[in-house]
Design a protein around this ligand. Structure first.
Ligand SMILES: [Zn+2]
Length: 200
């Protein structure tokens, strides 16, 4: 089993930084971890998401506070966790917004789909549209419960805790303006940040 780690890695894409992308139509997934909330800024111009490191260190928050525009630039909540993408059996990181999170939470509370922790069935997320204003998601559960396979369970046991993934995302974010130092001496970069909470 242990000798197969390379193979498992390849099979599940663990550590390959695989992210689930929701395609138009049905996306069948299996939730295999808790989902942890974090703050996110979506940069309209760059069409990119930036993780918020907190109002006292996040450059976007700090800039907004300075300009008195924090209310318009507040981070929105996102949730990060692991799923198995049934399309290719890959273990992937999945970032969901409030709408999908709430729909899955609703499933957990309805009598006929109730669960605690992670659901014992697959979830299908149907996507309509691709634009900012026409994208809609509908969440439903697969009709039957299916057990996870042994391979899947051992891959899940090897996953890096989501809190650690989020911490690393924040580290990366903070390190962006200081890339050279970060790559050559991560400790120096970290202590520089610890001392005043702001990247040099
Ligand atoms: Zn922020």
């Amino acid at each position: 089993m242990f000798g197969d780690i390379e193979k498992i890695n390849k099979h599940y894409g663990v550590g390959n930084g695989g992210w689930l992308k929701l395609e138009v139509g049905d996306n069948q997934i299996r939730i295999v971890s808790e989902f942890v909330d974090y703050g996110n800024h979506f940069l309209e111009n760059a069409k990119t998401s930036v993780i918020c490191t907190g109002a006292d260190t996040c450059p976007i928050c700090l800039e907004a506070i300075k300009n008195g525009k924090y209310q318009d630039n507040k981070p929105s909540v996102q949730f990060l966790g692991y799923v198995i993408d049934r399309k290719d059996a890959g273990m992937k990181l999945f970032r969901m917004g409030w709408g999908i999170f709430k729909d899955i939470n609703d499933l957990s509370m309805k009598a006929d789909s109730a669960f605690e922790g992670t659901p014992p069935y697959d979830i299908v997320i149907n996507r309509v549209g691709t634009g900012k204003n026409d994208t809609r998601y509908k969440v439903r559960c697969a009709r039957t419960n299916t057990p996870l396979t042994e391979d899947e369970m051992s891959a899940i046991a090897d996953l890096k805790p989501i809190e650690d993934v989020i911490e690393e995302m924040k580290e990366k974010q903070g390190g962006e303006t200081d890339k050279e130092d970060y790559e050559s001496d991560p400790n120096a970069e970290l202590s520089a940040r610890d001392s005043d909470g702001i990247d040099k």
